[in-house]
Design a protein around this ligand. Structure first.
Ligand code: CAA
Length: 259
């Protein structure tokens, strides 16, 4: 991998976009690498939580690569958008929880990358924005779709129409990030959160995510029917039996089996 680093710490994986010279901007090669790592994560049953962050202390991802985009034909731009959207959708559709550790600029494609994660934790120096209209384009990796689903249509339109950059505090206020922390403790905080999630029954956590994601796109009746399916599915797992038995025996479970 040229532009991605990846490591596993127990049941948590950390994926870093690593093109620091270009503030981790996403070119086609980085998107292809990202897609391939996500495929591996999907197959690895020992990964319970995925953390995505950027190399260095200045940028999470400063957007899609403007140099690469500058001379694209209409056809190439379409292919580029399809590639980015395909990879980001793969991230969104991972059954395990994903956390964006936003360690600096999250602009354009960078903001969009954070939007396809389940939880966003930002450092105090982080800046968010969809500046595409200042470059004569629209967001191309899902920004017009996911931003409004997360912060509401009105605020999303304001940010996308103005291209304005907002700081981490404002991002927290509008519900774009879950928490803001000092930069020197960002990864510790994110790892604590990831570890606390990974200590819970992994299959149940997956089912929760699948059910929430499914529920967003369907009517409430279909959503609650789906919830009944995932709820009952949990009763086929050893983890449910072990955890409920442990509760009744008034003892704590050591580690879930992921079965
Ligand atoms: N693409 C390519 N290169 C980028 C980049 C990007 N998105 N963002 C930064 N870089 C490069 C710069 O060109 C510069 O390279 P050189 O040293 O070779 O000149 C290097 O990274 C450092 O950047 P700056 O010198 O500009 O750093 P700064 O501290 O002065 O400014 C910044 C930081 C405000 C983030 C500024 O770099 C910036 O505005 N970047 C572009 C942000 C942007 O517009 N992103 C959206 C792109 S469009 C998009 O993402 C479309 C989509 O949805 C798919």
């Amino acid at each position: 991998m040229e532009n991605i680093s990846f490591e596993k710490r127990d049941n948590v994986a950390v994926l870093k976009i690593s093109r620091p010279k270009f503030l981790n901007a996403l070119n086609s090669n980085t998107l292809l690498e990202l897609g391939s790592v996500i495929e591996d994560v999907k197959k690895d049953r020992d990964i319970y939580v995925l953390v995505i962050t950027g190399e260095g202390n200045k940028a999470f991802v400063a957007g899609a690569d403007i140099k690469e985009m500058s001379n694209m034909s209409v056809f190439e731009a379409r292919e580029f958008s399809i590639l980015g959207n395909k990879v980001f959708r793969k991230i969104e559709e991972l059954e395990i929880p994903t956390i964006a550790a936003v360690n600096g600029y999250a602009l354009g494609g960078g903001c969009e990358l954070s939007l396809c994660c389940d939880i966003r934790i930002a450092s105090e120096n982080a800046k968010f924005g969809q500046p595409e209209v200042t470059l004569g384009i629209t967001p191309g990796f899902g920004g017009t779709q996911r931003l409004s689903r997360i912060i509401g249509t009105s605020k999303a339109k304001e940010l996308i129409f103005t291209g304005r950059m907002i700081d981490a505090k404002e991002a927290e206020k509008i519900g774009l990030v879950n928490k803001v922390v000092p930069q020197d403790v960002l990864m510790d905080e994110v790892m604590d959160l990831a570890n606390s999630i990974s200590r819970n029954a992994p299959l149940a956590v997956r089912m929760c995510k699948v059910s929430i994601n499914r529920g967003i796109d369907v009517d409430i009746e279909t959503g609650i029917q789906f919830e009944a399916e995932v709820f009952s599915h949990c009763f086929s797992t050893e983890d449910q039996k072990d955890a409920m038995t442990a509760f009744l025996d008034k003892r704590k479970i050591d580690k879930f089996k992921n079965r």
